[in-house]
Design a protein around this ligand. Structure first.
Ligand SMILES: CC(C)(COP(=O)(O)OP(=O)(O)OC[C@H]1O[C@@H](n2cnc3c(N)ncnc32)[C@H](O)[C@@H]1OP(=O)(O)O)[C@@H](O)C(=O)NCCC(=O)NCCS
Length: 176
């Protein structure tokens, strides 16, 4: 069966001077070796290799990348689906865009693509949610623009025991 992320979608971002053709394609395990420049961003959450591989194995349609015409990865979306009954939903674990390719609408394309995946009959999610650092104003405003609302603030969400965790609060946001 063809899953949403196994199809290649071509999106022409035409209303910007830096117009580029962006493709959205499934992320492959070998792509993980070329994400370093994107993951070096301070606001991009980094995980151990096994965590990425678990997402690739469990939610392959929800882990995808954007690429430029030279097939360079310009960003990625790491998502999953979870919950029971009416709580069944998709979740954005990480979305990030290469510094050189920001403000071109790529994050919007990635989020829109996850929405499409979430609405497919194989997923049929009731809503989508995510957590964002309370100080990440840009991302908070971006999600608001995309139609997400804050449903709670989790104190010290970023204190899960990883060395990089700093105990920062997170806003939980959802989209229906
Ligand atoms: C947040 C991030 C993903 C945005 O990616 P992007 O591809 O530049 O975003 P888009 O071009 O799709 O912009 C979508 C909207 O977000 C807002 N936005 C994005 N960058 C902005 C900026 N630098 N200043 C103000 N608003 C901005 C705008 O409202 C924009 O819409 P507009 O261009 O029509 O005004 C990117 O900055 C990033 O990777 N940041 C680090 C990781 C991160 O914070 N991820 C989100 C938390 S999980």
């Amino acid at each position: 069966m063809t899953t949403p992320a196994s199809r290649t979608s071509q999106t022409l971002i035409a209303d910007r001077p830096e117009s580029k053709m962006t493709s959205i394609t499934p992320l492959k395990a070998t792509d993980l070796l070329s994400l370093n420049s994107i993951n070096l961003d301070v606001l991009t959450e980094n995980y151990h290799l096994g965590f990425y591989l678990q997402y690739l194995s469990d939610w392959p349609a929800m882990f995808f990348k954007s690429t430029n015409p030279a097939d360079r990865c310009t960003g990625y979306m790491m998502g999953k689906s979870e919950g029971r009954g009416l709580e069944w939903h998709s979740h954005i674990t990480a979305v990030t865009v290469d510094c050189d390719y920001r403000r071109l609408g790529i994050a919007k394309d990635l989020v829109d693509h996850l929405v499409t995946c979430s609405e497919e009959s194989t997923q049929d999610c009731y809503f989508m949610d995510l957590y964002v650092r309370a100080t990440n104003r840009l991302a908070i405003d971006m999600y608001k623009k995309f139609g997400f609302s804050v449903f709670r603030r989790v104190v010290a969400y970023y204190s899960m025991g990883e060395p990089s965790d700093d105990g920062e609060d997170a806003f939980g946001k959802y989209h229906q």
